[in-house]
Write a protein that binds this ligand. Structure first.
Ligand SMILES: Nc1ncnc2c1ncn2[C@@H]1O[C@H](COP(=O)(O)OP(=O)(O)O)[C@@H](O)[C@H]1O
Ligand SMILES: [Mg+2]
Length: 248
């Protein structure tokens, strides 16, 4: 009897593709006192599924790094790719679509639309993407952050922690590959901030999303797999979180 053909061998180690890649990214903006260099040659790679904290002193360029990664601010030079797409050459519409499909963003100051209810805020990105049942999905996303009972509330009727949970639901409702958060607990008291962060980490775990977390909080940074330290528009110290001494 002829021997059975052996099964084709699948590669055991699948190399993960980068979720975010920067190659010598620079951003210089004009000012009255002359050009200001805000990002001064940033190269980094964040792999799919990684959780990376970005720390550094105020003014070191952390928020700008996020804005550039999200295509909300244009770099002056260098290459950026997000979810496998080069940002260079994409127009505003293409950037908006790339962002809507791939990136959820949570800001320090929530950025909810004040005239819309929690449910309407969360359904907004779903409607933009042409989701067939935006309200149904938004309802589920609000349930995931424990806010089903606040669907019809306006932002002003919600506490800071609740507003941030609505913002998190809005960020995650379209099922993005990447979650970016800029000091998401910066406007919250300690206990509320802790609850919001626990939720961010729990939902990230469940969805497998890549996390880019900007924070001043060294304990929070240590919960990420890796810490990128920024100073004066550059990354000065990429370290494994467990060994990192965070100088935020
Ligand atoms: N639109 C802008 N025009 C000029 N300077 C800016 C602009 N945005 C940010 N900056 C400057 O860039 C530097 C980095 O800012 P930012 O990214 O907000 O830092 P961080 O988030 O680390 O506090 C700061 O010195 C800030 O004043
Ligand atoms: Mg900032």
């Amino acid at each position: 009897m002829a021997p059975k053909p052996s099964k084709p061998v699948k590669p055991q180690i699948q190399s993960r593709s980068p979720a975010i890649q920067f190659d010598d990214v620079r951003l210089t903006l004009p000012s009255r006192a002359g050009p200001v260099s805000i990002l001064r040659g940033v190269s980094l790679q964040i792999d799919e599924g990684e959780a990376v904290a970005v720390v550094g002193p105020s003014g070191s360029g952390k928020t700008t790094l996020l804005m550039v990664a999200a295509g909300l601010e244009c770099a002056t030079s260098g290459q950026i790719s997000v979810a496998g797409e080069e940002l260079d050459g994409l127009n505003e519409d293409a950037l908006a679509l790339l962002r809507a499909r791939n990136i959820g963003i949570v800001f320090q100051s929530f950025h909810l639309v004040p005239s819309m209810t929690a449910l309407e805020n969360v359904s907004l990105p779903l409607e933009f993407l042409g989701n067939s049942a935006p309200y149904e999905h938004a309802r589920q996303a609000l349930k995931d952050v424990g806010l089903s009972h606040r669907e019809d509330h306006f932002p002003a009727q919600l506490s800071g922690g609740e507003q941030q949970r609505v913002a998190l639901a809005r960020a995650l409702a379209p099922g993005p590959k990447i979650l970016m958060a800029d000091e998401p607990t910066g406007n919250l008291d300690g206990q509320t901030g802790q609850q919001v962060m626990d939720l961010i980490f729990a939902l990230r775990e469940r969805t497998g999303a890549t996390l880019m977390l900007i924070t001043h909080d060294s304990e929070l940074a240590a919960r990420c797999g890796r810490i990128l330290q920024m100073r004066d528009g550059k990354i000065v110290q990429p370290t494994a979180a467990k060994r990192a001494k965070v100088e935020a």
